[in-house]
Design a protein around this ligand. Structure first.
Ligand code: ADP
Ligand code: F6P
Length: 466
């Protein structure tokens, strides 16, 4: 029987000594794999003095989780280096933060080769291989070099940048070429798909075919956009459950009649947290009657703390939130409750429901699942308002949110004002439409669409393969 072999940098649950694995990928994959028997392979999050390729295997219901330890140098050059100091900033339009160092290239190549060596013996000929995210772009090529013939797909969880920006990456051509060793390459949005297609055609002289395939580097592969969704039903059930109700009540008491605006993010410069704080400050300044009647709860879980840009954004957010609180707070009110920790799903669901506004304003984001979680957690009879960045992939699907430009303080401040005073009828109308999308375009629909496309190639490609 064919199985699904899922490969990602991290697997869930995270290693005990590692940073908590919050993030869209871990949330989506643990949900997506539930109904497939298969293997989920990735880094354990641990480092050892010397790489051995020794697998740790845990068999769960249907899914076997297999992990491998890496060396410290691997973590520094591959995870902290090429993945999070080169690709991540570049793909989020921050070439000012991108570091191009040959040791990072080497570490990235080395770890992808190590992943290939380690996972290869686990793959049977009939299995489908599904590789995830920017950490592992060349893994397919490494597997092909080792003779793997299976159908292989790759899904990018983050945004794909425009071609002129992408061209600032040394070896950009080799990276794209390695994607052509997969049979299917998927993106979060039409925008990312188009940017990739433009690169293939304009930089590489490739050809796009009407069946969705692209030809370049002597290969023809399938491309598509597969917007990732939420595991909506359990999340809504959690929001309706007892534990969430307890949290909602706890929040209501602490609100003391005030309106709550809420943000939940990994502590990442791409999430636009400083801009959000400044927009909220603008709102307080231009709406004096709102002072003491509203507050912002910002939950920001520390992430990638070894990378200097993350240390800097953390220090900036401490300073900016402190300054705003110092300037506006009164003896019994602080305008920003800024919390650097993570919460369980049921706790988050209860907090989302107590919030009048979900403020989701990344400067750039592949999708953003928090926007969908906020919607899924609302009370249908009295829902809150989603304020959403036009630069989150989710904005392609969630047009009924209040869509804002996160670079404009005034626009965000206006949206907060509008959201807090929106009539119940309008809130319900917008929420119903958003919720319909969250429920129908959920994580199962995403997984099934990708897996079906991987298993069933377009007719032309199938004919050519025979
Ligand atoms: P990214 O993948 O860039 O982190 P997403 O918005 O797509 O962004 O996914 C973030 C996921 O991590 C969501 O499921 C969100 O609930 C979860 N998350 C983020 N911050 C926290 C936190 N402080 N506590 C618990 N979960 C969190
Ligand atoms: O969704 C983007 C992503 O980078 C995932 O690949 C990743 O698991 C998540 O964000 C959290 O980041 P990290 O694994 O570096 O903590």
């Amino acid at each position: 029987m064919s199985r699904l072999i899922v490969i990602s940098n991290r697997v869930s649950p995270p290693a005990e000594d590692g940073e908590a694995s919050v993030g869209g990928l871990a949330m989506a994959l643990s949900a997506a794999l539930r109904e497939y028997s298969g293997i989920w392979f990735g880094w354990s999050g641990r480092t050892v003095p010397e790489f051995t390729g020794q697998l740790s295997i845990e068999r769960g219901a249907g899914v076997t989780v297999a992990t491998v330890d890496l060396e410290e140098q691997d973590r520094d050059e591959y995870y902290n280096g090429y993945a999070n100091r080169t690709l991540w900033p570049l793909f989020h339009y921050r070439i000012d933060l991108s570091a191009y160092e040959r040791s990072f290239d080497q570490g990235y190549a080395r770890v992808n080769a190590r992943f290939a060596d380690t996972v290869l013996p686990l793959v049977d000929p009939a299995d489908f291989v599904w590789v995830h995210d920017y950490h592992l772009i060349p893994l397919g090529q490494e597997l092909r070099r080792r003779g793997l013939k299976n159908r292989m797909g790759f899904f990018l969880h983050i945004h794909w940048p425009p071609r002129r920006l992408f061209a600032t990456l040394p070896n950009h051509r080799e990276l794209v070429q390695s994607l052509f060793d997969y049979d299917l390459v998927g993106f979060q949005t039409e925008d990312s798909l188009t940017a990739f297609q433009e690169y293939v055609v304009q930089s590489e002289g490739g050809v796009l075919h009407p069946d969705g395939t692209a030809e370049a580097f002597g290969r023809r592969i399938q491309l598509g956009s597969f917007p990732i969704g939420l595991d909506a039903e359990p999340f809504t059930a959690a929001a309706n459950g007892e534990s969430a109700a307890g949290w909602r009540e706890r929040m209501r008491q602490s609100l003391a009649g005030r309106q709550m605006i809420m943000g939940v993010d990994r502590l990442d410069y791409s999430k636009g947290l400083e801009e959000r704080f400044l927009a909220y400050e603008d709102y307080l300044r231009t709406t004096p009657e709102a002072q003491e009647r509203v507050f912002l709860l910002q939950v920001a879980t520390p992430s990638r703390g070894d990378v200097p840009a993350y240390q800097e954004i953390r220090a900036r957010l401490d300073a900016v939130s402190g300054r705003i609180n110092g300037a506006f707070a009164t003896a019994d009110w602080v305008p920003i409750r800024y919390v650097n920790r993570s919460y369980r799903r049921d706790e988050l669901a209860g907090m989302y429901r107590a919030a009048c506004i979900g403020l989701v304003t990344p400067l750039r984001d592949g999708m953003n699942l928090v926007a969908k979680e906020y919607v899924a957690a609302q009370d249908p009879t009295d829902p809150g308002v989603l304020v959403l960045s036009q630069f989150a992939g989710a904005a392609e699907q969630m047009g009924e949110a209040l869509i804002v430009n996160p670079f404009s303080r005034e626009e965000m401040s206006d949206a907060i004002r509008r959201g807090l005073s929106m009539s119940k009828a309008e809130r319900v109308r917008r929420w119903e439409s958003l919720m319909h999308g969250v429920q129908t375009q959920d994580v199962t629909a995403w997984r099934d669409a990708f897996v079906q496309a991987l298993m069933h190639p377009p007719a032309v490609e199938a004919a050519e393969a025979t």
